[in-house]
Design a protein around this ligand. Sequence first.
Ligand SMILES: Nc1ncnc2c1ncn2[C@@H]1O[C@H](COP(=O)(O)OP(=O)(O)OP(=O)(O)O)[C@@H](O)[C@H]1O
Length: 573
Amino acid sequence: MPDVTFTDAQLALIRAETATYVEACPGAGKTQAIVQRFIDRPLTHPRKGIGLISFTNAAIDEARARCTTEPALKEAPNFVGTIDGFINRFLVGPTFLARRGFAPRFHESWSAVPHSLVKVSGVQLSASLDWFAVRDGAAHLSPERVPIERRRAAASLPSPDLARLEGEAMRIWNRFVERGTLSASAARVAMRSYLTDPKRREKLGALLSDRFVEVIVDEVQDCSADDILVLDFLHEFGVTIIAVGDPDQSIYGFRSDAPADITTFVSKLAEGERLNGNFRSSPAICAAVDSLRTGSERDDPIGRHAEVKSPVVLLSYNRRQSLPQLIASVIEAHDISRKDLIVLAHSADHARVAAGAPGSGSDSTSKLIVLARAHHLISDPHRSGAERVAAMRSLERTIRELGVSEVVELDHPDYLDACGLSERTFREGCLRLAAALPRPFEMKPSEFRAALAALTDSHAQLRWTSQPLRSPPGDTWPSPPAVQPEGATSFAHSTIHGLKGRQSPAVALVIPESRAEGDGVQQWCGGLSGEERRVLYVGASRAERLLIVAAHESTFDAVKARLEADGVPTEVP
Ligand SMILES: Nc1ncnc2c1ncn2[C@@H]1O[C@H](COP(=O)(O)OP(=O)(O)OP(=O)(O)O)[C@@H](O)[C@H]1O
């Protein structure tokens, strides 16, 4: 960890004796301070543990890295992890086991679970189970969870079709839960029901207050209504809650179907001094962040970049493909090395293209196309580790869905048993399959299908069949993924959500086309608060020395005018 001298406000947070909430600006050292608290506190109670819960990996990674010198810190009775991990481990897992006699299996989302696609014959839209919210035993398609490119199709579904789709979603959901397969949202539904049963609540409360003396919560603004239920429950049973957050960085509202009342919860805690000093960013970046913030607070640049004079650089673009070159010229002029820049956008594909990396291609759910795309991503050395792992999971899931009739409906552990495989040998089998395939997008879909049909050893080992695979119309691939030209390099890139809690010396923030139904720039320039504006705020506040705002030409004038009106030093190269 960097050698830091904590400020008085940070020290007050590190040493608070009672349940406390502290609000802070971006880069205020919240994460640094709570990790320090986590390291310092375990001696406060001889037997009980401390929990550190975060919504981003930044705090978790930092805490785990610090624990390498004292490994006992991350062991029982302490806990370091996400709120999902906390809910599964301490609330849903043990209660489910006690009630049903077997332990549930948890998945971050349904997308990793085979057979979780919701399809109804005669209904145009096939839906991910992740797009539904379940309340009181009924599934509701939640438009905010539908990817933007499918949202219109979802919104225009006739009501009878929607009802059938929701009915089918509930049926699939119940079947999984019955068998003990739970996504994070299914675990929350179970948790809600456990916590509303007074006897169970009492029992769980006693267990948890015996286990934890304190739970520290980072990024509390990202709590859903269910997360608040957990914190409220812990507070009620006497576990000290230390919460830190920045309300303007709340960018996960789209995941919940009910708004979380964070204000009421934090009002039950003592309010610590706001951390206004921004250790991360230069003065121009702090000014841009102030402009993007809905409230009137001001960040004070107090860190090692407080003397950096660079203005915020504004770029206008028409096609995202033109951005890599424009960005390269800007960083050269500002003496920033390529490795110090990250391109950020709301959408992963926008960030990728603006960074000069190839796009992902079609989002079709046809199994042949899914396999082709997964194979392409796995074998592309320019893809990040995370992308290749996600592609591997998608290939594994598809192979399971292509299972022969005796195994296709089995739950994963039963499937492994039936095939005589372990999780490791199953994964190795899928990896071997991927390695044996030719490059799909250099041949016709029917030829790729024939190559899959010829993998008889793999069919026998993993018990799958290529028979249901169909070639797309005209035997041509719909929008195959682009290939990185030989010798070309792209910038690092990420979604804004993906860089939450972290920072980079230089950031190019890509603002997309203006949208008739409203967008972040309209909220910002119209003085309105809104999640899309907050996403821009989070993106801009990741920058340490140089912020490039690359705005589509449909929003550029508005962005420039707003920044200038707010006194932000800008430069248009
Ligand atoms: N007292 C301090 N002195 C010097 N540097 C500090 C201090 N506290 C934090 N920092 C540095 O400031 C940067 C931001 O810290 P940190 O990530 O903890 O902020 P944060 O409040 O969690 O930010 P955000 O909410 O925007 O993600 C880091 O580089 C950290 O090392």
